[in-house]
Design a protein. Structure first.
Lengths: 388, 388
DNA sequence: AACGTATCCGCAAACGTTACCGATACTTTT
DNA sequence: AAAAGTATCGGTAACGTTTGCGGATACGTT
């Protein structure tokens, strides 16, 4: 017979349905609903979880309030040096580690900048990360890096995760698939600072950090022309990327300036990947009327072409001039050296980081798509120097 | 004249000290203490801060309690499909983004794995990151990367930050300065999963992911010996790094096996940096009795030596055999190609990630410094193939 | 009718911090 | 000695979620 846990009467108990698979009872006398606690100790939960010492533990041990502890730990005024010392000692003794999560929640800021990059294959993005990392750490910010892996879906998921984690600002370089930008406009709506770099787009009002791709491409092609090449092909990237468009424009502008007709069969708007590069390269080199020079959108593609040329017995630079873009480390070592455009990668990282910090500090309005354009440098090596 | 905000009497007000630099008053009549609120509207705080829609907003709009909303959003049972739909619709309409911080706080887990790497200069760590990233994302974890920049102080600061941010586990590769390990033992104490990789140490009880450095070094040196080199130098790394020690041991073991005396003036225990490599290289090549081969601790050093040899007119591989370690991209392209040891970088990343996930899931006890040893591969190129 | 059951939903206590607003117990002026 | 000022400290709402426990209703069964 069951007794009522409240009024202690027996015989007034009736069943009253189930709650989460447990029989539920009600006492007719006092109208108290209850279930029978399971025989195991009722409320252990995960006692196994190690208790992290909190500010409250310190407060209790020292015999002050937690607000006092908080102030002591943060070196605020309004506190007796002795109590402060006592608190600090106790904190050390109890091995206290502040809980950043709680801190972030109450301050609703995280001191963390997010960064989304499309890939890690080339030196480019790791270098940008190095630059940004340096500036951010100096200013007491953390950097959380995510990788979209050239996938639009992943990029969107990443931005969502960044949003959920309440980063204070986002640095992003788009994937080559990205054609829609709602996921970025969200940041603008919420007033979360956003800076695009390298792979930027026009459809979002945010600062952009880029290099002078147009000029760089122009100079690269001009360099080829001045070295006697006539029929110059361009192996370009996907045109939804501004960088690809600019490099393409620079190529066309240079050709036009020097009165070289652009043969459209020599202009490829392709995707960025080693495999694709091989396909495009094969196409170009197998062409009936093969170009005598190729300006590639990046060094990987350029090197792929040089290797392929070697296989086919086409001599670089005499029969084929090659210019790349980015100055990968291997470009200096391949024989002949690859002429390429060096980008100030570290500086790109630093600039984006500085800019987003400024936006955070100044609570600056979203600048209307202002651009900061960094300078590149043409590195001339053997691959474009034809022996007359 | 000031009136009492409580009893509304006038003339009973006296000053009563300062509170945070604001004049404080007390009403003698009702004994009520108060300060004069600043003339600006009293309690706006940062009304400027945009309000993020919370679960409570949804609850109010739909007309249910916030617990119901929470359950609806997480697809729990015990909820009417119609209510759930209404809640989901409202969430979409209000553009609700969950606050991961609050979630993390209450769950005291973050679904984030931290990773600390010493540098980004070589391909090695970016590749490891790629591997780990892939595995972790598949399992719904985030990856936060920090860079210690080969500085012990930064490494310690990084671990503290990781701890404060309550990451669920840490993957770390030590700096070349790291000689003390309290900052890692903290993780063990707190029961936070920790996996070391590549740059590991013996002084902490945690799983380690490494490659067979000893064997690899042995095989590299053996390869040199079998190609007719006699007086082989070793340009090694700092000996507090296990990798350096193992490679050094492998070198000595191979020399011993083939009865080559190890001349200590040909064995360098140096630091890892391009500049240092140049100094060591110069030392070795300027030696009165120059070695006829060099096994370097990494490719950067090996390449530095090859370039220096070229400058000095020493022919590689005929007068000097060179073997590196890591197979950097440029090693394949330099002429002659650099013989080197390829490490399964991506696989290292994947293995560490899988391991830490397993530790989290199984709440596995800290394994007593178990090691997982991945296989390397000797890539033979021109730099070690002497023309007889 | 009287009782039992299933379904849905709400209450309120955490999670660990911060910061506003007070409140004491002194010390210094007037 | 009263009034004013100072130096320290405490109480307690937030911050946005999750979740155990239990209340309430509607319906089904003797």
């Amino acid at each position: 017979m069951i007794g009522c846990p409240k009024c202690a009467q027996v015989g007034t108990i009736m069943k009253a349905g189930y709650v989460r698979n447990k029989q539920r009872y009600v006492c007719k006398a006092c109208n108290y609903f209850f279930t029978i606690a399971s025989t195991e100790e009722p409320h252990k939960r995960q006692k196994s979880r190690r208790h992290q010492t909190t500010i409250i533990d310190i407060a209790k041990s020292v015999g002050v309030s937690n607000s006092t502890v908080s102030r002591a730990l943060h070196g605020h005024a309004d506190i007796n040096p002795e109590t402060r010392q006592a608190i600090l000692d106790m904190a050390a003794q109890l091995d206290y580690q502040p809980n950043q999560l709680a801190y972030n929640l109450v301050k609703s800021r995280t001191n963390t900048i997010g960064m989304i990059v499309p890939e890690f294959h080339n030196r480019f993005f790791p270098n940008v990360i190095m630059g940004a990392h340096q500036v951010l750490t100096e200013q007491g910010y953390n950097l959380t890096i995510m990788q979209s892996n050239e996938s639009f879906a992943v990029e969107v998921a990443n931005t969502k995760a960044m949003l959920a984690n309440r980063i204070d600002g986002l640095l992003i370089s788009l994937t080559q698939e990205t054609n829609s930008f709602e996921h970025l406009q969200v940041f603008e709506k919420r007033g979360i600072p956003l800076v695009l770099f390298n792979r930027v787009c026009d459809d979002v009002h945010a600062p952009k950090v880029v290099v002078n791709d147009f000029e760089a491409a122009f100079m690269a092609v001009e360099h080829l022309i001045k070295n006697g090449y006539e029929r110059i092909a361009h192996l370009g990237g996907p045109l939804n990327l501004l960088v690809s468009r600019e490099r393409m424009k620079g190529y066309r502008a240079a050709m036009e300036k020097y009165g070289k007709p652009v043969e459209e069969e020599l202009v490829i708007q392709g995707m960025l990947s080693q495999q694709k590069a091989r396909i495009y390269g094969k196409y170009l080199l197998d062409l009936e009327n093969r170009p005598d020079a190729i300006f590639a959108v990046n060094d990987s593609a350029a090197i792929e072409i040089m290797l392929m040329a070697k296989e086919k017995g086409i001599r670089v630079p005499d029969e084929l001039g090659v210019v790349g873009f980015s100055d990968n480390p291997e470009s200096a070592y391949i024989g002949p050296g690859l002429t390429t455009v060096r980008q100030p990668t570290i500086e790109i990282g630093k600039t984006t980081a500085r800019w987003i910090l400024q936006m955070i500090d100044d609570e600056e309005e979203f600048s209307d798509g202002e651009e900061r354009i960094l300078k590149t440098e043409l590195i001339v090596r053997g691959s474009s120097l034809r022996h007359r």
